[in-house]
Design a protein around this ligand. Structure first.
Ligand code: SAH
Length: 374
């Protein structure tokens, strides 16, 4: 296996190799029109490209019959170059959960997970290849950050999921992709601009974007307060999820190492400000790790911290990473944890373990592929 990048907390990505091709999803609608004009293509063709890409989920200009043949190849190269190639898919839950492994133009691997429920269909996407946050229980964290994804590469995962839904690839027939969660590989706040461009691509009405409501988009973060503050200044009320994992700084310094920069109190205050601005309840993500963060006193402390906040707790049974000594909490400890939180009036849900057998959303498919290629 090639040498792993040095693990450290990084905000700037390491030296980039060959940059991914520019895609029109990297641009805002005005810039897309400007790009068309620069290429000597009439402005309205940029809108037509949007209809194909964001309304019909079609990224192959050779099949765009309303575009003159002589323009198709230049549009294929400059508007919608292929950014992600499917390596393989694995399914679970009778096909209702599907995890796709994608290869980027430079061979880097990322994954996304599509989950169909009775009332919604959600895609969980990656915003970075690897992650620099180094949380010890997370598979992605173990390999460090390889690089940031571009808005085009992140958007392409969402469009691929929308296409799979539209074409009825999941059992139950054609459906509409309804939710997007930034809970795959990477720390979205550490790739802020590309993630924001993607959020606009997801939420802008068709044909400038996919027309999915901001409330149906969840941004999950370790708690980069500078990023949360920037998000407050945008006018997009996405759902914010904070990966807290413990209410005390002492343990959080090791479970979520960025805590050495922004403490629990600062992260919660930033989330409160976000909630004041948007009126949205935020989520507290809490991986339940046996005998590490699942004690009754921690639930009590968490309950006291959250009782007057507009927050909801999402407990995630730990999905153990290969070689880790940590495992999920005992059912009785989990039940007691829930009971104590509820006694403070804090809303709690225990996340269903969709796709557990395919290592859903924890970077393990990409990790397994790297190992088997070594
Ligand atoms: N970097 C972002 C998004 C990453 S993953 C963040 O940390 O929020 C989405 C969620 O899955 C996070 O709450 C993360 O802490 C959690 N997670 C990571 N590894 C896990 C594991 N092995 N078991 C359970 N949850 C895990």
């Amino acid at each position: 296996m090639s040498e792993l990048p040095e693990i450290k907390l990084i905000f700037d990505e390491p030296k980039q190799r060959v940059k991914p091709p520019k895609h029109f999803a990297d641009l805002d609608p005005t810039e897309r029109t400007a790009l068309a004009l620069e290429l000597g293509i009439p402005a309205f063709r940029a809108k037509q490209a949007g209809v194909h890409f964001f309304t019909h989920y079609n990224d192959d200009p050779e099949s765009w019959s309303d575009i003159p043949k002589e323009l198709r190849s230049v549009m294929a190269e400059k508007f919608t170059p292929k950014l992600i190639t499917l390596v393989r898919s694995v399914t679970a839950d009778g096909g209702r959960t599907r995890k796709d492994l994608w290869k980027l133009h430079d061979g880097v691997l990322v994954e996304s997970v599509l989950m169909r429920y009775s009332d919604r269909t959600t895609v969980c996407i990656s915003s970075q290849a690897g992650c620099g946050m180094n949380c010890p229980f997370c598979a992605t964290g173990q390999g460090g950050l390889t690089r940031n994804l571009t808005a085009g590469e992140i958007t392409a995962q969402v469009v691929a999921a929308a296409r799979a839904c539209d074409q009825g690839e999941l059992p139950g027939g054609p459906t509409r992709l309804s939710n997007v969660v930034f809970m795959g590989m990477g720390e979205p706040m550490a790739n802020y601009n590309a993630v924001m461009r993607t959020i606009r691509n997801i939420t802008a009405p068709q044909p400038d974007g996919l027309g999915i409501g901001a409330r149906s988009v969840t941004l999950s973060t370790v708690g980069l307060v500078s990023g949360i503050e920037k998000l407050i200044s945008e006018d997009i009320p996405v759902t914010l999820a904070i990966s807290l994992h413990t209410p005390d700084d002492e343990l959080r310094d090791s479970l979520v190492p960025i805590n050495s920069r922004w403490k629990v109190r600062e992260v919660l205050e930033a989330a409160d400000k976000y909630s004041d601005k948007t009126g949205r309840r935020y989520s507290i993500e809490y991986a339940m790790i046996k005998d590490i963060n699942d004690q009754a006193w921690r639930s009590d402390l968490l309950g006291r911290l959250l009782k007057n906040r507009n927050a909801h707790v999402n407990l995630i049974p730990l999905n153990p990473t290969p070689g880790s000594k940590w495992t999920a909490s005992r059912p009785e400890d989990e039940a007691e944890f829930v009971r104590i939180l509820e006694s403070y009036g804090v809303p709690v849900t225990v996340r269903d373990t969709r796709g557990r057998e395919i290592d859903g959303a924890c970077g393990q498919l990409a990790a397994a592929e790297v190992t088997s290629e070594a």
